[in-house]
Design a protein around this ligand. Structure first.
Ligand code: ZN
Length: 191
């Protein structure tokens, strides 16, 4: 396994619509190695998720995992998930204000409104179909990662640009309020 370089905002790969992966391609040792690298790179950088375009591969694959994450201490755990060709559908008009950060947008955070309940359909790394409902804070993480596959970053979703902040100022001025809101969401949805 290899820890890959992470593309930063401004690199065109982050703005491309990534292409779907075929089952044949997914089964190749090359693609399985690529998925291992995606996971390794996400873990090394303490990401809650990482999408393939963020490591310069414009394919529709993302990884998610939260295990007592030091970058996002308030996030509930998410078991390691590999999503191939994911499709998201919002199940409600309700949105919550998610204070997001991104490994491709170093040292910035901002509030992106996200759906509180989504249906996600994808293949796992072996091509098995998964169809599931995700709620709360974890739904926000899914929407953030899937946006990367369509060439979008969280900054595109920020409605109120006055919420943009460096990480240090987030911790100083915004974190306490957001953690309260995040805890209420987790209490309500269990995720
Ligand atoms: Zn991101």
């Amino acid at each position: 396994m290899t820890i890959r370089k992470i593309a930063h905002l401004g690199h065109p790969v982050l703005r491309q619509v990534a292409r779907p992966v075929t089952r044949e391609e997914l089964a190749t040792p090359e693609m399985q190695r690529f998925i291992d690298d995606l996971v390794e790179t996400m873990r090394d950088a303490n990401g809650a998720g990482l999408a393939a375009p963020q490591i310069y591969e414009s394919v529709r694959i993302c990884a998610l995992e939260v295990k007592k994450n030091p970058r996002y201490p308030y996030k509930p755990d998410i078991p390691l998930t590999i999503a191939v060709n994911p499709v998201i559908e919002s199940l409600t008009d309700e949105r919550f204000d998610n204070y997001e950060g991104c490994l491709s947008v170093p040292n910035f955070r901002g509030v992106a409104p996200r759906s509180t309940q989504i249906r996600v359909r994808y293949w796992d790394r072996h091509g098995l179909e998964v169809d599931t409902v995700v709620k709360g804070l974890t739904a926000g993480t899914w929407q953030h990662e899937c946006d990367h596959l369509d060439g979008k970053v969280f900054l595109d979703r920020v409605v109120d640009t006055s919420t943009l902040t460096t990480w240090a100022e987030f911790e100083r001025y915004h974190m306490a309020d957001f953690v309260e809101r995040a805890k209420a969401l987790v209490a309500r949805y269990g995720s």
